[in-house]
Ligand binder design. Structure first.
Ligand code: HXC
Length: 254
């Protein structure tokens, strides 16, 4: 990834930070975005201690103007954009019947609309300049199984998976732009694990369903993301790679 420019939304913590750190170690110029400049700067410090150049841009993926601003700031600092990771997400556990309209809208707005705003804005930039960039969307295995207790997130992530496959064909055939996804299972030290595995009992229950018996690590997701941006992955387009220790297949009653 030497000198490649990559934008990671939700890059100040969890998987986003893990990916940003890995990309920086590989020589990339990394742009991390998020809602809190303080958290972004803390992540920047942590990443730059190891290696690389990091630009922090305060932006909420729900705001298309801020998304455009991020693109302009990236071009100003690094000249161009090679890769985009749509990692920013919002989620909370809530019974479907109790979910308010605002609760539904806020998660769908972050996950589905935010991914779209970023993808379209960066895609238009690539189409204008003729760059064959790559987009990586972070989904989850409940994009296709459904997710009891997180209907807003499951519905939005399913939309992001459909978006991945649609753009892979539409932009792949016209512009050579590749779009893929990663579907992580439970990953430690992330906003998702903090939200969804709140009690020790919930954690045990979830890990019981993971054949490998442990949560994944942000670095493992980062390694896969790095691969998907490498020359070895040039021919992968429109796929979703699961990294969940085998959890979603583990439906056997035996
Ligand atoms: C019920 C809730 C709620 C909860 C918020 N709401 N939390 N309802 N239970 N626990 C409702 C609020 O009451 C409000 O509705 C509406 O949602 C919006 O809430 P706000 O706090 O005003 O919204 P906002 O500040 O925009 O925050 C968005 C958020 C928040 C999604 C609610 O949690 C957030 O910013 N999250 C970002 C980080 C995050 O969630 N990371 C985890 C991603 S994990 P009313 O009607 O009262 O106005 C992930 C994992 C997937 O995606 C895979 C795992 C295996």
């Amino acid at each position: 990834m030497k000198n490649k420019v990559v934008i990671v939304t939700g890059g100040s913590s969890g998987m986003g930070k893990g990916m940003a750190k890995k990309f920086a170690q590989e020589g990339a110029k990394v742009v991390i975005t998020g809602r809190s400049m303080e958290r972004l700067q803390a992540a920047q410090e942590e990443i730059e201690q190891v290696e690389g150049q990091v630009l922090c841009v305060e932006m909420d993926v729900r705001d298309p103007d801020k998304v455009q601003y991020t693109i302009e700031e990236t071009k100003k600092r690094f000249g161009e954009i090679d890769f985009l990771v749509n990692n920013a997400a919002g989620n909370f556990m809530c019974a479907a019947e109790d979910l308010s309209i605002n609760g539904w809208n806020s998660v769908v707005d972050i996950v589905l609309n935010g991914t779209w705003y970023c993808s379209q804005a960066v895609g238009k930039e690539w189409i204008k300049t003729g760059k064959k960039g790559r987009i990586l969307n972070i989904v989850t295995t409940y994009s296709w199984t459904g997710g009891a207790g997180v209907i807003h997130s499951a519905s939005a992530k399913a939309g992001v998976l459909a978006m991945t496959r649609t753009l892979a064909v539409e932009w792949g055939s016209k512009y050579g732009i590749c779009v893929n996804a990663i579907a992580p299972g439970p990953i430690e030290d992330t906003g998702g694990s903090a939200k969804l595995l709140q009690s020790e009992e919930a954690r045990k229950q979830v890990l019981k369903g993971v054949p490998l018996g442990r949560p994944g690590r942000p670095e493992e997701i980062a390694g896969l993301a790095k691969f998907l941006f490498s020359a070895e992955a040039d021919y992968i387009n429109g796929d979703c790679i699961t990294m969940d220790g085998g959890a979603w297949l583990n439906r056997s009653p035996f």
